[in-house]
Design a protein around this ligand. Structure first.
Ligand code: NAD
Ligand code: UDP
Ligand code: UDP
Length: 318
């Protein structure tokens, strides 16, 4: 139920992180009230500094592994470390966050009878042997490797979302997010776009894991958030999962060369060992997002990188 002012109250878990903070900006822009719940495990309050004193914004420090009793109209569940070095830092906590966090947020949604969005991931496809990946593909995931805490945690969260839907009639919206980049990525969380830009700007060697022939498809953050909001606004029968990502596919070596060119950097390339279970290729099939959400990315890699490079230039100058 909307409050007496007719405004929607939206809960964003993980709202101090990269994606969550952009989502909060968009929700506030359209006039909603936003409650951000975050334990600041990987998030950074500076991502929300510009909202200090905002009359429709509230921050609550809380771990979603524990029950949460609040009154809201919609829930976006984003809380979870997302980069490999972050989610492998405390793998048990990563699985707990995905699974216990999903149970608590689903329990909250069930009590409130409200819609709930889940930030799932292309990692549910593991190291895919079908390319590009459609939602029907069940994936190729190692259940006991170093990435499993994240992959299996997110897969179990999807199971919970679909069971709460079938068993309790909950309105769920599950998005499978592919690699996304943009301002407010953490400079030191080891993700490839932030690593390469920071290394290029500092004139340090660019670290290519393996021979750089593995591929990823990079989506600019603004495009992704538009996809989140469109999915949340769909009719009750749309539950997902729906892939959200940019189908433009690049090798990691191509990305390195592009970043060097765009930053006019003197950095060289050095090869490091490929981490275990690192997927060799990844590209979303976005047919469903196009037809159901009328959504597709509009920011090409070069343009998105320009904005992201400008952001990191500013950060490094601080
Ligand atoms: P991020 O690390 O910047 O943000 C995650 C946020 O969750 C952080 O603010 C962190 O402090 C918070 N958090 C972690 N554990 C928590 C807990 N137990 N309780 C409360 N808060 C907790 O990562 P991001 O890139 O913004 O990712 C957001 C979501 O999107 C994650 O669920 C991630 O799995 C998913 N996702 C992201 C990408 C991507 O490319 N960025 C791709 C696929 C999926
Ligand atoms: N929960 C919560 N907030 C609520 C309602 C439930 O955090 O407003 C938690 C609660 O702690 C429970 C979980 O969500 O462990 C799942 O709730 P559900 O009602 O599905 O299960 P039950 O309480 O019957 O175990
Ligand atoms: N990668 C790399 N150098 C780096 C960081 C990452 O070559 O400094 C590679 C990594 O091995 C993977 C790809 O870039 O093949 C994307 O890595 P990221 O951690 O950004 O995301 P994910 O593996 O979760 O897709």
């Amino acid at each position: 139920m909307r409050n007496v002012y007719g405004r929607k109250r939206v809960l964003v878990t993980g709202g101090a992180g990269f994606l969550g903070s952009h989502l909060i900006d968009r929700l506030l822009d359209r006039g909603d009230e936003v409650l951000c719940v975050d334990n600041l495990f990987t998030g950074d309050k500076s991502n929300l500094d510009h909202l200090a004193g905002h009359p429709r914004f509230e921050f609550m420090r809380h771990d979603v592994c524990f029950p949460l009793y609040v009154e809201v109209d919609e829930i976006y569940n984003l809380a979870c470390p997302a980069s490999p070095i972050h989610y492998q830092h405390d793998p048990v906590q990563t699985t707990k966050t995905s699974v216990h966090g999903a149970i608590n947020m689903l329990g909250l949604a069930k009590r409130l009878r409200c819609k709930i969005f889940q930030a799932s991931t292309s990692e549910v496809y593991g190291d895919p042997n079908i390319h590009p990946q459609p939602e029907e593909y069940w994936g190729n995931v190692n259940p006991i490797g170093p990435r499993s805490c994240y992959d299996e945690g997110k897969r179990c969260a999807e199971t919970l979302f679909f069971d709460y839907h079938r068993q309790h009639g909950l309105q769920v919206k599950v998005a499978r997010i592919f690699n996304t980049y943009g301002p407010r990525m953490h400079a030191s969380d080891g993700r490839v776009v932030s690593n390469f830009i920071v290394q290029a700007l500092k004139g340090e060697d660019i670290t290519i894991f393996g021979d750089g022939s593995q591929t990823r498809s990079f989506c600019y953050v603004d495009d992704l958030i538009e996809g989140f909001m469109r999915l949340m606004e769909t009719d009750d029968d749309v539950i997902g999962p729906i892939n959200l990502g940019n189908p433009g596919e690049f090798t990691i070596r191509q990305l390195a060369e592009l970043v060097i060119e765009m930053t006019d950097s003197k950095s060289g390339l050095v090869e490091h060992p490929l981490p275990q279970d690192d997927p060799m290729q990844r590209r979303p099939d976005i047919t469903k997002a196009q037809s159901i959400l009328n959504w597709e990315p509009s920011v090409p890699l070069k343009q998105g990188l320009e904005r992201t490079i400008a952001y990191f230039r500013g950060k490094l100058a601080e």
